[in-house]
Design a protein around this ligand. Sequence first.
Ligand code: EPU
Length: 331
Amino acid sequence: MVTLYNQDLKNFNTFRISALIEKVIVIQNDEDFKKIDFSGIINKTSVLLGEGSNILFVRIPKEIILIRTKGIFKSYENENEIHFTVKAGEIWDEFVEFLVSNKFCGLENMSGIPGTVGAAVINNIGAYGEEVSKYIYKVRAFSILQNKQIDFFNSEIKFEYRNSIFKNNTEYIITEVIFKLVKGINCINVSYGNIKDYFNTKPINSFNMRHAIIEERRQKLPNYKNLGNAGSFFKNPIISKEQYQNICSEYPDLPCFIINETSYKVPAAWLIEKCGLKNYRYKNTGTYSHPLIIVNFNNATGEEILEFSEFIREKVYNRFNVLLEPEVIIY
Ligand code: EPU
């Protein structure tokens, strides 16, 4: 465990919100969990962070606790399948790169997503037709209240679209994730959008999929190193069939993804764009050319970004009667 004092929060969140943080505790191994006083997590003066890539700081915490535990171990193998136990502080995209280069399939569509392995579970990250929950066998978490590690099997984690029991909870800290993956390079999902177009001249395999996804992301999404952001700010709303039909009667081009007979998922980016809020500037913040991404143009504060997100929600609600829900965690 390492403790740092008087640090700039800007270095620990991808929205690049700046503020002085009195104390930063860095967890480096499993023994550290038993040594740290986590009472600040319970009373919400302290915040746990991986890479800080899915959080908006509106208030400023007294203390932050960084999970930086490292390690990737093979924990099971049969003819077709392999399990890896991965420490929560591993960088997500480095783990994906490791799998692709060692010819294990499953996570390649989720290449290039910022953040840590532990945080990927909390938010059930997903991209290009895949969600991480499909590849998780088990999660080990440290219970602050019980002062011990507890195992959760996949079905106990209650994964949903960008949600799990670990989101907005103050008891558990994910310490390890056990992934189940397929051996080989050919079990590829090209069902999403125009991803297939990348393979007109190349074989469909996990190496080429990783390159295609990284290129697609580079073209459409801002790099937080140049322009602070936390990926999609809102979830894509799930609306009823009636509501979908109502909107379609005025806007027949509304795209949708049918979840079941009564529920349809529609793109928040489309709703925001139709409100004239693509590439929109609001004080020091605004939307990117992909309007689901709110960016920090110039030392924006968390309050300013929250205020802008409320402005977007109101515009979308007034026009479509659909209430957007934030996807990022608001502190
Ligand atoms: N669209 C517009 N205008 C735009 C961009 C998109 O109208 O400028 C509409 C189009 O109809 C397009 C649709 O939105 O077909 C979907 O756009 P896109 O494929 O970019 O995906 P998304 O729904 O906006 C989701 C995830 C992303 C993930 C992409 C690709 C959520 C909240 N976001 O975005 O995840 O990368 O799909 O799979 O589900 C993240 O969670 O931070 C994130 C970036």
